[in-house]
Write a protein that binds this ligand. Structure first.
Ligand code: FE2
Ligand code: FE2
Ligand code: FE2
Ligand code: FE2
Length: 453
């Protein structure tokens, strides 16, 4: 039986072999990947390990990618098997054990074995099956999402939409098939497929990509986009500008969201006829569409509302819109930045809806994407050396620190706003729970004996 100090030195050897290797994506550490694959292999073996030699499987899991720094098109499995053989021999592991582990390493990339097991017969041994399943399991689910977010952070042009499209483009690899053979692995995979699907659905909903601008507001939308052209997002309190955040798309989303909340709330509160009339909807629509244009002239978090109100009023008057519509829209814009109203006050319904629509933008699926992208960028005071330590865990820590915290309070008063917030909270919590499970750390002692499943 392999003792924990032997596991320890095998892990150290793996770390040494992969130290400094990063490949195309800095965040894709092969060391932590190998650790996660080993964890997955343990989990699957615990439930479906009949006929599989646990120690052979775990040794192969730890060492399966040590040939990754291979160059010139050399197969990393072949090279890894050569390195592993040297190591295991030197360490005094028996002939049979060494050759089984090396066979697994040599063949671990041949995922067609999993896809068409009937063609390969007994070449797909129980150990090889679990190793391949574990290898594929990593980078499915939350890791797949975060992978694309972090990759996008290295792009010159960035936006929430672009990140969404990248995740969509890569998702079919996970969504359209389940190559897992072990029942437990199938279940893990299905859970991650469901999560990925729900995440993408939520993300798409938050972007309002399917919405079409109603004719009445087309001109105002054009005016807003023109006004914001070339406008850099204001730096946050730490002086960081996230290149994927844009005010114009933010205002468009708040516009669609405010109208959606309006409609839902109208169906709930049949008694508030006056506020929910067509006039109320127009005021809210114009205000939502133009609410942040003041940022074109000032970076002040409060002042932009007054400046924007004036700009919107002037624009709408010039367009010949009725005086009371211009005035009420401007009043709504002017009041929208006072977040104390959201917390303590009891603002008029239209203002409440505008503030709720504004506040909930870039939360939920988008906020997770934000953290994923931001995690791959240096924080204040960090130089590029942070890239050497970059890992999915940095994204997870950020998500806990920012996105999850966001949901510790719900300041919304309208039933529709609260419902939307709670729906987002459920997705975020589920995402983070699964992500934490997938990144779970372990120590060499865990390998010493069978884990409870
Ligand atoms: Fe590999
Ligand atoms: Fe791998
Ligand atoms: Fe604002
Ligand atoms: Fe806003």
């Amino acid at each position: 039986m392999i003792g924990s100090s032997q596991w320890d030195s095998m892990l150290m050897y793996m770390r040494m072999m992969l130290e400094g290797y990063r490949g195309r994506f800095a965040f894709r550490s092969r060391i932590t990947h190998s650790l996660r694959v080993t964890k997955w292999a343990q989990r699957i073996w615990n439930q479906d390990g009949q006929g599989a030699d646990r120690e052979v499987l775990l040794a192969a899991s730890i060492l399966h990618d040590i040939g990754y720094p291979a160059k010139n098109g050399e197969d990393h499995g072949e090279l890894g098997a050569v390195y592993a053989e040297q190591y295991l021999r030197n360490e005094g592991y028996g002939e049979a054990f060494t050759s089984k582990v090396c066979d697994l390493i040599r063949n671990h990339s041949r995922k067609e074995f999993l896809k068409r097991p009937e063609e390969v017969g007994d070449r797909l041994t129980p150990e090889l099956r679990i190793l391949m399943e574990a290898d594929l399991m990593d980078e499915c689910g939350p890791v797949a999402v975060v992978f694309d977010c972090m990759a996008e952070a290295g792009e010159k042009e960035q936006s929430f939409e672009k990140t969404y499209r990248r995740i969509c483009k890569n998702a079919p690899v996970f969504l359209e098939c389940n190559w897992m053979r072990s029942p437990s692995a199938r279940t893990y995979w299905e859970e991650r497929q469901r999560l990925l699907r729900d995440y993408l659905e939520a993300y798409e909903g938050e972007l309002f990509l399917q919405e079409k601008m109603p004719e009445e507001f087309e001109k105002a939308a054009d005016y807003m986009i023109r006004t914001m052209k070339g406008h850099e997002h204001t730096p946050n309190r730490k002086g960081i500008v996230y290149p994927f955040r844009r005010r114009d798309t933010h205002m468009l989303r708040v516009f669609y969201q405010a109208r959606k909340l309006f409609k839902e709330e109208k169906n709930r509160q049949k008694d508030k006829k006056k506020e929910f009339g067509p006039y109320g909807k127009r005021v809210l629509s114009y205000a939502a569409l133009l609410h942040d244009i003041g940022y074109r002239r000032t970076t002040d978090g409060l002042l932009h509302a007054a400046v924007g109100a004036k700009m919107a009023y002037e624009y709408m008057r010039e367009e010949g819109l009725p005086e009371d519509l211009c005035r009420d829209t401007a009043a709504l814009i002017e009041a929208h930045a006072d977040k104390r109203l959201l917390k303590e006050g009891n603002p008029p319904l239209l203002l409440q809806l505008l503030m709720e629509a504004d506040h909930q933008d870039e939360s939920g699926a988008m906020s997770l994407a934000w953290d994923g992208m931001a995690a791959a960028m240096p924080e204040t005071g960090e130089d590029d050396s942070f890239l050497n330590l970059l890992d999915y865990d940095r994204a997870y820590q950020r998500m806990k620190r920012y996105t999850a915290k966001m949901f510790s309070v719900c300041e919304y008063r309208t039933a529709s706003g609260r419902e939307l917030w709670q729906q987002k909270e459920r997705l975020v919590r589920r995402f983070l729970r699964t992500f934490a499970f997938d990144l779970e750390e372990w120590s060499p002692q865990d390998l010493g004996e069978k884990e409870g499943s």
